[in-house]
Structures are given as structure tokens and as C-alpha cells.
Design a protein around this ligand. Structure first.
Ligand code: BDR
Ligand code: CA
Length: 311
């Protein structure tokens, strides 16, 4: 199996991504590293552990990482995800303890210890943990097989400002460092995730699985979707972060271009914008495969089948 570390700020859609990964035998999840994002760090670390328990995988270690972005104050998204970050289902307190090691140390130690090119990082939140690890241990960069992340936007532009997507906006300096590190990068932007909508019928399919995971996911989405329904008159909630895991499992569901993507860090107006050279109008070197389209039916078929394998 492909060995991955999921860096995350759960978040209902993060939770579904984690569940999809834990349900998939093609992936070996070495650990979850929590970061401040949708809600403050103590809650994202707690939620990550609750999700492991829900999946019947209390053995997956969860590490707490950075509690604030590199330069700016933390911006959170309780208006989308609720006060706990994981509003919707009533999940019990987690049984496994939080690991004592800091997430950044776990990332560095694991990447140094394991064979070069054997570990893929899957960031689903602001890139603070990853950038901090790269700052502290630049030698890990060539050891990372690939980074597959959810973040950014091009045609769809922003969901937190007119120009920026939440994960990149919250820590643009971290994003700029990660995008500039020369690591093979695959980016799933809003252009893709806004096509992966949990309609009523798709959510009922999760509920109809008849297991506790299917029920919990349906309850998460019931909560999560009300924001998008009100804000965008959207027919369902976008499943942003699960696209990262779906892309690892079935890359053929996604199409994109290998292009140059730069992060705006200076402008007040467009801070956190992913300036994607989709039409290759500059001679800046490509640094990312930036996805543009997705087979949403395929993603839901995969997700529904996999969630059915969990308790
Ligand atoms: C991203 O922001 C968060 O609210 C979601 O979990 C996702 O990672 C979408 O912009
Ligand atoms: Ca997230």
C-alpha cells in the first residue's frame, strides 16, 4: 500500500477524507497531524481522534501541530463547520490519547527514518505544519514522494475572500514555501471540489449503508450543507478534502495541467490567491499539477462503497 500522512483540520469534509483513507486497503495511514484551521488546534486534534475511533481505528496515531499560522493571526470557519468543527453527529470522546510528540517532529522524524520517496503527504488544511517542518529540516524535501493537497482556486476564485480559498488564505506564507519547495505537487482546488456536491440522494445513500459510519457522515453533511445552501444556493455541500484521497485511489477520475502556481502573500486585496498559469502565458517553471475537472459520480461511487466497509 501507498504510505501517507494526513495533515488536517477536521472539519466535516476532512473527517470524510480520513474515513475514506482508513477504509482503503491501497493506503497505509501512518498518522494524522492536526493543524489549526477550521477551528483552533485543540479541537482539530480532538476531532481527528474521534474520527479514528468512528472508523474503528484507534491505533492510528494523532499528533497536534502548529496552533497558529506562520505570520498572521488564525482565521477560523465556525460559520461553516460549527462551534466544534465537527458539528452534526454526536461522537463519543475518543479513547486513544493524543501523541506526546509534536506533529512537526513526527513529520521530520518519519521522513528521515523511512526510505526516501516512500511517503506521500496529504494536507487538508492550512500548510503551517508542512512549511514549519520544511523550514526546520530542509533535508526532508527530497525525501517526500509527493504532496497531494486541497487548496486554492482558479476559475472559481475564492470562498473566503473574492480572491482566495480558505486553506491557502489562512497561511499564505506557509503555502508559498510549500509550493516553492520543489516537491512533486498535486493540487485539488475549488474548481474541482465545487463539482463534488453531496446532493440529497447522495447523502441518503450514505445513510442507507446501515453502518454507524454511514449515519455519522450523513449527519455531518446535513450540518455542513446548510452553509452552502444558504450562501451559494448550492444543491449540496462540496466534499473538498475527500477529493485528495479519491485522487490517490483513482487518479483517472481527475484531470488537470502541470503548470506554474504562485501564492500571493503581499497584497491586502488578494492575499492567499493561487495565481495559476493555466494558459501558460509566462515562462515560469511548472511546479504543480493543478486539477481542473473531476468525475463526481465516480468519486461518490468510490466513497459510498468504501464507507460501507467501515463499522
Ligand atoms: C477547505 O477549507 C475548509 O473549510 C475545508 O475543510 C477544506 O479543507 C475548503 O476551502
Ligand atoms: Ca480541511
Amino acid at each position: 500500500p501507498r504510505r501517507i500522512i494526513i495533515d488536517t483540520d477536521p472539519g466535516q469534509d476532512d473527517a470524510v477524507a480520513i474515513l475514506l483513507a482508513l477504509a482503503s486497503p491501497e493506503l497505509d495511514v501512518l498518522g494524522l497531524t492536526a493543524v489549526a484551521g477550521n477551528v483552533p488546534l485543540p479541537l482539530t486534534a480532538l476531532n481527528a481522534r474521534k474520527v479514528c475511533d468512528l472508523a474503528g481505528r484507534p491505533d492510528v496515531p494523532v499528533f497536534a501541530g502548529c496552533d497558529r499560522p506562520l505570520r498572521h493571526d488564525l482565521v477560523t470557519a465556525e460559520h461553516v463547520h460549527g462551534k466544534t468543527g465537527l458539528d452534526g453527529p454526536d461522537l463519543p470522546d475518543p479513547t486513544p490519547p493524543l501523541q506526546k510528540t509534536h506533529a512537526v517532529d513526527f513529520l521530520i522524524d518519519t521522513l528521515r527514518r523511512e526510505p526516501k520517496g516512500s511517503i506521500t503527504l496529504c494536507p487538508l488544511g492550512p500548510l503551517t505544519n508542512i512549511a514549519t517542518a520544511l523550514r526546520r529540516a530542509p533535508d526532508i524535501a527530497p525525501r517526500i514522494a509527493q504532496i497531494v493537497l486541497m487548496g486554492g482556486a482558479y476559475f472559481e476564485v475564492g470562498n473566503v475572500t473574492p480572491a482566495a480559498e480558505f486553506n491557502i488564505y489562512v497561511d499564505p506564507e506557509a503555502a508559498a514555501e510549500v509550493f516553492g519547495a520543489g516537491i512533486p505537487l498535486m493540487v485539488i482546488p475549488l474548481d474541482v471540489t465545487h463539482k463534488v456536491l453531496v446532493t440529497h440522494a447522495r447523502n441518503e445513500a450514505f445513510r442507507a449503508l446501515g453502518n454507524r459510519t454511514g449515519r455519522a457522515v450523513a449527519e455531518m453533511t446535513d450540518f455542513f450543507e446548510r452553509y452552502d445552501r444558504e450562501k451559494y444556493q448550492s444543491p449540496g455541500a462540496p466534499l473538498h478534502d475527500p477529493c485528495v484521497i479519491a485522487c490517490l485511489l483513482q487518479p483517472g477520475l481527475f484531470t488537470g495541467r502541470h503548470i506554474n502556481v504562485e501564492i500571493e502573500t503581499h497584497s491586502e486585496l488578494t492575499r492567499g490567491m493561487t495565481v495559476a498559469d493555466w494558459w501558460r502565458v509566462t515562462d515560469r517553471a511548472p511546479n504543480a499539477t493543478f486539477m481542473g475537472d473531476v468525475d463526481a459520480e465516480g468519486v461518490f461511487a468510490l466513497l459510498t462503497e468504501r464507507l460501507g466497509r467501515l463499522p
